[in-house]
Design a protein around this ligand. Sequence first.
Ligand SMILES: Cc1ncc(C[n+]2csc(CCOP(=O)(O)OP(=O)(O)O)c2C)c(N)n1
Ligand SMILES: [Mg+2]
Length: 1021
Amino acid sequence: MTWFRAGSGVAKLAIRRTLSQGGSYASRTRVVPSGNRYFHSTISKSKAQSAPVPRAVPLSRLTDSFLDGTSSVYLEELQRAWEADPNSVDESWDNFFRNFVGQAATTPGISGQTIQESMRLLLLVRAYQVYGHMKANLDPLGLEKREIPDDLDPALYGFSEADLDREFFLGVWRMSGFLSENRPVQTLRAILTRLEQAYCGSIGFEYMHIADREQCNWLRDRIETPIPMAYNRQRREVILDRLIWSTQFENFLATKWTAAKRFGLEGGETLIPGMKEMFDRSADLGVESIVIGMSHRGRLNVLGNVVRKPLRQIFNEFSGGIKPAEGLYTGTGDVKYHLGTSYDRPTRGGKRIHLSLVANPSHLEAVDPVVVGKTRAKQYYSNDVDRTKNMGILIHGDGSFAGQGVVYETLHLSALPNYTTGGTIHIVVNNQVAFTTDPQSGRSSQYCTDVAKALNAPIFHVNGDDVEAVVHACELAAEWRQTFHTDVVVDIVCYRRFGHNEIDEPSFTQPKMYKVIRNHPSALEIYQNKLLETGQVTKEDIDKIHNKVTSILNEEFLASKDYVPQKGDWLSAFWSGFKSPEQLSRIRNTGVKPEILKNVGKAIATLPENFKPHRAVKKIFADRLKMIETGEGVDWAVGEALAFATLLVEGNHVRLSGQDVERGTFSHRHSVVHDQETGERYCPLDHVVMNQNEEMFTVSNSSLSEFGVLGFELGYSMENPNSLVIWEAQFGDFANGAQVIFDQFLSSGEAKWLRQIGLVVLLPHGYDGQGPEHSSARLERFLQMSDDNPFVIPEMEPTLRNQIQKCNWQVVNVTTPANYFHVLRRQIHREFRKPLIVMAPKNLLRHKDCKSNLSEFDDVQGHPGFDKQGTRFKRLIKDQSGHSDLEEGIRRLVLCSGKVYYELDEKRKSTESKDVAICRVEQLCPFPYDLIQRELKRYPNAEIVWCQEEPMNMGAYSYIAPRLATALKAVDRGNLDNINYVGRGPSAATATGFYTVHVKEQAELVEKAITSDSITNPTLA
Ligand SMILES: Cc1ncc(C[n+]2csc(CCOP(=O)(O)OP(=O)(O)O)c2C)c(N)n1
Ligand SMILES: [Mg+2]
């Protein structure tokens, strides 16, 4: 193999040089199919004359420029060595000399074949394997102007038409496919015919970029096998039936709802038979569950015909829109082409396969990582260790596949050990237009699928008018995925018969294309004619299927009128028993028995005996053990590890992913320790339960992606509620690279799609003078997206409270390790799930005062944290000065959130400002009205200050102000005018880049909050 590659490179260059001297032959035109199809019309003429006439030439007298001096000497030497001892040369050369040189003179068929011809022939074969797709008949409209590379022109290799019926010896190869067959002698015509059939028909195969030889051979075998797509009559009827369903579905919707937007599949109807055959094949090969992600195009068709959402339900939604079900929580709902569903579907092979189509927003491709994450979680929960039972399928548009960065981010997760799903199948519905934009304006690459080449994924481009080719490519993709467990792409080149949607006029912008489309027969018409021509199917057979489909569609339409929406199906599978926002959920304690804390505490603080960690890490672990043993000074990392460990002990799955999370960006976590001599890794949290499954606790550094990885973890968290899934941003501000996931999925997913999500997001936040980009996690944005009404205090009585259930998510800024422990555990110890956004600390990770005692983690009555309800997360931490229920002497109540508390407390101590109380609002959203009111009552004479370190237009201020005012009003303590602001002034950037300015600002705001006599309320200023 090596010699061939090197040799071919040299040879190719030499050929180019030789032939280019023969004058210009650069004009490239498509091959005229009739007559001689191999030679480019303009090249064959001019080069037929200039090409060297092949003659038998002994190696020693080779003068052809194809072989430079060095090469011919090399060959001669090889030949001499082989003559002396055939075993002294590589086996391939042995074959070569044995079969060719040794017998050439005596074999009559291969008259006069020269060495250079042999080599050129191989180059030609190789060129077809590499570039054949560029000559394939892919565009149903025939509009695409593609340059056929010279490499596919036999004339480039010195062959002329006169050579077509000469027989050539191809050799015996260890390569698979065409060259491996036991037919070493073939005419050039036969060779070219085979190459054209294999590589230039309705499927263009791109696979030679794949480095793995076994994979290439596997594909080559399948591609070069003659007539691989011969379907028998029975299969053809199934394919026809499926194509009729696909086509009629759109026609039916078009006639019944002429003006409704449905983003029809017309022009790409072969997607449906393709997908169905792909699923059937996958099921045959062991797949039991498929998670599907797709955007608008053809979604309803896929929902109805592939996933089998009841047609009556689809039609009902068309007739009146989706109606909220009486008496049930229905959220805001979403447009019909965004909704997901799931179904158990029988397959052609008699198996059943579970299909789930994930709900998605309008944002193209945003669902990709979500699907992959969900698939991975399914694999975990079904113990699918070789990843062959659960598979993800993504359907893309040509414009979005090439244009959206999240496509690449998702592809790039595919081989990462903690993110792989054993291969996603990608199907591109390539209708050669994106809304009004032509591919020339929409991408820089030749194909819309080129992004997948970075992965070594095979790409099958297929003419969407040839349904059998589509089916074949889809089946091949399924086989590939189950064999090699990596991604694969099927690019269905089709067209869009109408506008972007049904009320859009496409001729404004693509007049020529649409002129052609108007007269272009549908894929169904083409297939019907083909089948009629073969005589395998009669007109009556076809009519029968049409009539059956029409009558079912009509029946379903009639039934749709009385269709009553079913109860939201969000309680399915693992989620059964979980409460909707309307149902009251029990609040549970999150404290843990002291002996469990001690036991798991030791496990997470101990390294194996012979393990040699870094010196500093050794000390960290020694300190951790001390914290557990003494029960004092538990720091942030240990608090977190205790939360993970106790959840694991309780049987939950814990997964933490993000950039550099294993060590922790701020070097505090050290959840994976590296032996400094052997490089071996040890993860203490993998050893808290007997015989713990390695994946039960997963901590994983991710690729450098926010959108992709957060989307993945979101999808992962959706599968099973008994898992604590966490994504941590490197710094909180980087989370805005994943904004679509926050806006479209996390904050609004439950309202739109009735799917609960328990994902936790850790966003390091806090002003330490690190400049505009590393200070703020943009707390204000998360708060602004919170849907609790600022002017209404909900029911706060503990036994009736469902404030959190009714809110879209929780936003916290926690200040003690114990409270962090409880907020993480609370995620699991409740009967519903809500996303949790944590403004995570940076300098508190090592702050001398940011410590908790182990007694704050336990469930022992009388221990700190244990109140009449037990030990729980504290939504608000009251002043720690031992104040009684009524403190009339306090002149100021400072409310704050996050690490600024420690600075305020320090200042209060140093200035002995005993008349100031400081309360920490640990949970900002939903707002703890009950606890705020309790504190307002405790300090009846105190002026109210909201202190934050963020600029006024950022941080929590604008969220807090109206809610605090509502609370003030409710206890008759004033209104908005009574909320005094202390913090930075409004600013465009989140923070100053000048460290000295930061220090000054920080000192000023802390001083002002604690010691100033009076503070001007901004609303009064
Ligand atoms: C992220 C994003 N940007 C822009 C849009 C608006 N938009 C909706 S469909 C579309 C064209 C999509 O083209 P393509 O991916 O080729 O799919 P097609 O509609 O042709 O099937 C655009 C730009 C969107 N939905 N999402
Ligand atoms: Mg398109």
